[in-house]
Write a protein that binds this ligand. Structure first.
Ligand code: XMP
Length: 528
C-alpha cells in the first residue's frame, strides 16, 4: 500500500475568501477576483467563521444566493465575521445579511427588482464608487430591500425602489451593494470589485500565472519526491497542462500515456506526438488502439451503447499501458496525474481533497492492492487560467486554445454506426469548419462547434451534371460560459456560406450542410 497523499500546504499568497450562499454566484465572483489578479477561494456558507478566519484571508466576499433573509432556514452569519478586522464586501444576499446582522433594517416590501436597473450613486467619491458615473446600470435580483443601513455606515447609492442600494464603512472596512457587480450587465461592476480589493482591503494585483507555475512546480517536487508518475493525455487542454507542469517539476520521472482510439479529429494525434513532446520533452507512450475500438464499435448505433463501449475499451487499454510502464519502471510508480479543475472541486463539495484512486477493474495485471496517489496541479484553477498556465509553459497554441472535445471523440458525432470511412469523412468536414472559424477570427467567441455526420440520413442533391445521394453534416456552433447552458452562436452568413461551400465541394459523400439553431436546454451540445 502506498502512503496517504500529503496535505498540500496552504498557498502563501494573499487570499480572498468568497463565501458561497448558493446559486453559482460564488464561482463567477471568484473568477472576477482573480481577473483582478488577486487569488481567491470559495468556501461554503456553512463553514464556521473560526475556520474561515483560520485560513488567514486578507478579505472576505459574501456572495448572492437564492434565499430571502426572511425564509425559515435561510443561511445566517456569525457576527464575529465582521469583528475580526478583515475587510468584508457583501453582494445581494450577502449585503442583506450584513445589513440585518449589524443592526440595519431589511424589509420584505414585495418591491421586487430583477434585471438591468438604473443605480444612482449619492457619494461619488466613495471607496467603491470613485471614478464611476453617478448614474449607472446594475444587475438586480431581489425581493427584500434594505431601508436603513446599520450604525456607522454611509449610504452611497440607491435605486427607484431601494433607498439603501449600497453602503460603506471605511473605519471597519465593511462594504456592501444590493446588486451583482460580478455580472457583465453591471456596467462598472469589475471596477467596483477592484476598488474593494485595492482601496478597501489594500490588496495589490500581484497574483499571476507565472506565480502559479512556480508554486505548483515546488509543490509537485515535494509531493512526488524521487518516485514516478503516470499521466493519461487525452489531447485536451487540461491533461496537457497538468502533464506539462509535472514534467517541468520532475522531468522524466513522469511517463505520459496517449491512447489513440481512432476517434480523434484531424491532426490531433500528431499534435500530441510531435508538438506537445517537443514543447515539454515529456516521455510519451502512444498506444495505437484504432483497430480495437473500431472492432468493438462494429454494428453499434445506440449512443449510450457507444459511450459504454468506448469507456470500457479505454480503461482496458490504459490499464494495460500502466501495467507495462510499471513492469519497465518498477514499483516506484506511485502517482497518477489528473487535470481536475477548480469548478469540479467546488461542485463536488471538496476542499483540499486527497482522494486515492484504486485500480478496481484493472485487467492489465496490476497488483490487487495497488493504489495511486493523485497529483492534481490544476485543482485551484479555472479553465481560462489553465490556458494561461499552458501558455506560460510554452505549449503549442493549438493545444492551449483547443475547444472542449468529448472523451468518446467523433464516435458520438456520427449518428449511426461508426466506421473508418465515416470517421474519415467527418474528420475532413470538421477540419474545414475549424479552419474557417479560425480564419474568421471566431475562436474566442465560440465555446465549441461540433460537426455531426448524419450517417443514417441521405438526401438528393446535384453536383456538376449528376444527381447525388449523400449525407448531411450539421454545424453546431455554441456560445457558453461553462457548457451547463449554451446558446447557438450567430455566426456571420459569409462564414457559414464558406464552410458549406468548401465542405460540399471537398468532402466526398457530403452534399448538404445544415445549421443547428437550438439552445441548451433543450438541446445538449453534442448530438449523442
Ligand atoms: P452536452 O452534450 O452534455 O455536453 O451538452 C456538455 C459538454 O461536455 C462535453 N461532453 C463530454 N466530455 N466526455 C467528455 O469528456 C464525454 O463523454 C462528454 N460528453 C459531452 C461536450 O463536448 C460539451 O463541452
Amino acid at each position: 500500500m502506498s502512503p496517504a497523499t500529503p496535505e498540500l500546504p496552504v498557498p502563501s499568497v494573499d487570499t480572498v475568501l468568497v463565501v458561497d450562499f448558493g446559486a453559482q454566484y460564488a464561482q463567477l465572483i471568484a473568477r472576477r477576483v482573480r481577473e483582478a489578479r488577486v487569488y481567491s477561494e470559495i468556501v461554503p456558507s456553512t463553514m464556521p467563521v473560526s475556520e474561515m478566519l483560520a485560513k488567514n484571508p486578507k478579505a472576505i466576499i459574501l456572495s448572492g444566493g437564492p434565499s430571502s433573509v426572511y425564509e425559515e432556514g435561510a443561511p445566517r452569519l456569525d457576527r464575529a465575521l465582521f469583528e475580526a478586522g478583515v475587510p468584508v464586501f457583501g453582494m445581494c444576499y450577502g449585503f442583506q445579511l450584513m445589513a440585518i446582522t449589524l443592526g440595519g433594517t431589511v424589509d420584505n416590501t414585495g418591491a421586487r427588482e430583477y434585471g438591468r436597473t438604473p443605480l444612482h450613486v449619492s457619494r461619488a467619491g466613495s471607496t467603491l464608487f470613485e471614478g464611476t458615473p453617478t448614474e449607472q446600470s446594475v444587475w438586480m435580483s431581489h425581493g427584500d430591500a434594505c431601508s436603513a443601513a446599520p450604525a456607522g455606515f454611509t449610504v452611497t447609492a440607491s435605486t427607484a425602489v431601494v433607498p439603501v442600494a449600497a453602503f460603506e464603512d471605511d473605519e471597519r472596512r465593511l462594504y456592501g451593494v444590493q446588486y451583482h457587480p460580478e455580472v457583465l450587465h453591471s456596467t462598472h461592476g469589475q471596477q467596483i470589485l477592484e476598488h474593494f480589493l485595492y482601496r478597501g482591503a489594500g490588496l495589490a494585483p500581484t497574483w499571476t500565472t507565472h506565480n502559479v507555475v512556480d508554486e505548483q512546480v515546488a509543490l509537485i517536487k515535494e509531493q512526488v519526491g524521487d518516485k514516478r508518475a503516470i499521466c493519461g493525455l487525452s489531447g485536451g487542454v487540461d491533461s496537457a497542462v497538468a502533464a506539462a507542469l509535472v514534467a517541468r517539476a520532475v522531468g522524466d520521472q513522469l511517463t505520459c500515456v496517449y491512447v489513440d482510439h481512432g476517434l480523434m479529429r484531424k491532426g490531433e494525434t500528431e499534435q500530441v506526438e510531435k508538438d506537445f513532446v517537443a514543447a515539454t520533452g515529456v516521455k510519451l507512450k502512444v498506444v495505437d488502439a484504432e483497430e480495437r475500438f473500431l472492432t468493438a464499435l462494429k454494428g453499434v448505433s445506440d449512443p449510450e451503447e457507444k459511450r459504454k463501449i468506448i469507456g470500457r475499451e479505454f480503461i482496458r487499454v490504459f490499464e494495460q499501458a500502466q501495467a507495462e510502464i510499471i513492469a519497465d519502471e518498477g514499483p516506484a510508480v506511485e502517482f497518477l496525474v489528473q487535470g481536475t479543475l477548480y469548478p469540479d472541486v467546488v461542485e463536488s463539495g471538496g476542499g483540499t481533497g486527497t482522494a486515492n484512486i484504486k485500480s478496481h477493474h484493472n485487467v492489465g495485471g496490476l497488483p490487487e492492492d495497488l493504489e495511486f496517489q493523485l497529483v492534481e496541479p490544476l485543482r485551484k484553477l479555472f479553465k481560462d487560467e489553465v490556458r494561461m498556465v499552458g501558455q506560460e509553459l510554452g505549449l503549442p497554441e493549438e493545444i492551449v486554445q483547443r475547444q472542449p472535445f468529448p472523451g468518446p471523440g467523433l464516435g458520438i458525432r456520427i449518428v449511426g454506426e461508426v466506421t473508418k470511412e465515416r470517421l474519415d469523412l467527418l474528420r475532413e468536414a470538421d477540419a474545414i469548419a475549424r479552419e474557417e472559424l479560425t480564419a474568421a477570427g471566431l475562436d474566442r467567441e465560440i465555446w465549441q462547434c461540433p460537426v455531426v455526420l448524419l450517417a443514417d440520413v441521405r438526401s438528393v442533391g446535384v453536383q456538376g451534371d449528376g444527381r447525388t445521394y449523400g449525407h448531411p453534416v450539421v454545424l453546431r456552433p455554441v456560445s457558453s460560459e461553462d457548457a451547463m447552458t449554451a446558446d447557438w452562436s450567430r455566426l456571420p452568413y459569409e462564414v457559414l456560406a464558406k464552410i458549406s461551400t468548401r465542405i460540399t465541394n471537398e468532402v466526398r459523400e457530403v452534399n448538404r450542410v445544415v445549421l443547428d439553431v437550438t439552445s441548451k436546454p433543450p438541446g445538449t451540445i453534442e448530438w449523442e
